[in-house]
Design a protein around this ligand. Structure first.
Ligand SMILES: Nc1ncnc2c1ncn2[C@@H]1O[C@H](COP(=O)(O)OP(=O)(O)OP(=O)(O)O)[C@@H](O)[C@H]1O
Length: 316
């Protein structure tokens, strides 16, 4: 449904998005995760046809966002970061007004339908200005799905909401995701874990990782770090484990506990376990130190010298 190839955007001499490529299939909820200024909004604006790319291409449903922007707008529902809503209109008036741009034939029925979908049907005659922030966000979603788009692009849909409102909006997105392809941007890690089935991590205009939330975690968790608990003096094991191929560092954490860091992709837990037992120690526990998505995100986006990226190439 969404296909992006080498898409770039320059603001003057500043490159905000740098040759990104990705795609999203029908029925996917794709999370676009990145810190402030990463290029999320810029990418979404290009995808919705609101801003031309400097180079590269983006297609929605086979239509080029520049050459077929009218078709693209029919196919896409967009909820910008701050949804412009008209406070002096009732919810029904607002949605009817927005729906007129799209020539929706059964507009009155459709307005009732979407208000029900976002659980605002009981506020239909009330003023937009009287809505809470969470309700406004839900109205923004109603506006985005009004013309039955196949693709929904949501820019930071839960920003500024309180925890209860966040849960409501996330549930709604999951529900909407059953019928639409959804791409949402966020800087909240738990959001992609809870809502999305695939995640793209973007930093400084570059895609630094792409996977399922659990796959991403698994790739980095693997057994990069293992916590080991033994019966006996952990310090005695240090000189034995350190020379093992694939071991980067060994540290005694407590008297009988140590942490072994291994080179990425080299799971040498069996060798370590054999070595411990062979040397007469009882192995009480061996646990891969699980990285949270937050750790992964920090690893992928922090400024540091060249390091291997997830696909094994070297990132500058
Ligand atoms: N209209 C503009 N003119 C010049 N620079 C811009 C413009 N819009 C964004 N930028 C810059 O482009 C980069 C990417 O911004 P963008 O808004 O796309 O990031 P973002 O990931 O959506 O971040 P945020 O969550 O803060 O909106 C930033 O460095 C930003 O300062």
């Amino acid at each position: 449904m969404i296909r992006v190839k080498s898409l770039s955007k320059d603001y003057g001499s500043r490159r905000a998005v740098d040759q990104i490529s990705f795609s999203a299939a029908k029925g996917e909820i794709l999370g676009f995760l990145g810190p402030n200024g990463a290029g999320k909004t810029t990418t979404m604006r290009m995808l919705t046809g609101y801003m031309p790319p400097t180079s590269g291409t983006a297609e929605i449903g086979g239509f080029d966002v520049v050459e077929n922007s009218l078709e693209v707008r029919k196919l896409v529902g967009y909820m910008p970061e701050s949804v412009p809503l008209y406070n002096e209109m009732t919810l029904m008036e607002y949605l009817t007004y927005m729906g007129e741009f799209h020539n929706i034939p059964d507009l009155d029925d459709r307005v009732d339908e979407v208000l029900e979908k976002v659980h605002l049907d009981n506020r239909a005659g009330g003023y937009v200005g009287n809505l809470s922030k969470g309700m406004r966000q839900r109205l923004g979603l109603a506006q985005a799905i009004l013309h039955r788009p196949e693709v929904l692009i949501l820019d930071e849909p839960t920003i500024g909401l309180d925890p209860a409102q966040i849960i409501e909006v996330r549930n709604l997105i999951r529900e909407i995701g059953k019928e639409h392809t959804v791409m949402l941007s966020t800087h909240i890690l738990t959001e992609v874990q809870q809502v999305c089935n695939r995640v793209i991590i973007i930093n400084k205009g570059h895609i630094v990782a792409e996977d399922t939330p659990s796959g991403l975690q698994a790739r980095l968790t693997g057994a990069d770090r293992v916590n080991i608990k033994i019966k006996g003096e952990a310090s005695e094991l240090l000189p034995l484990i350190t020379p093992l191929p694939g071991v980067m560092n060994v540290e005694a954490k407590k008297e009988n506990e140590l942490e072994v860091s291994m080179s990425a992709g080299q799971d040498i837990r069996p060798e370590i376990a054999r070595l411990i037992v062979k040397n007469g120690f009882d192995l009480l526990e061996m646990q891969a130190a699980s990285l949270s998505l937050e750790d992964i995100f920090m690893q992928l986006t922090q400024d540091e010298p060249a390091r291997p990226s997830l696909d094994g190439t070297v990132d500058a």
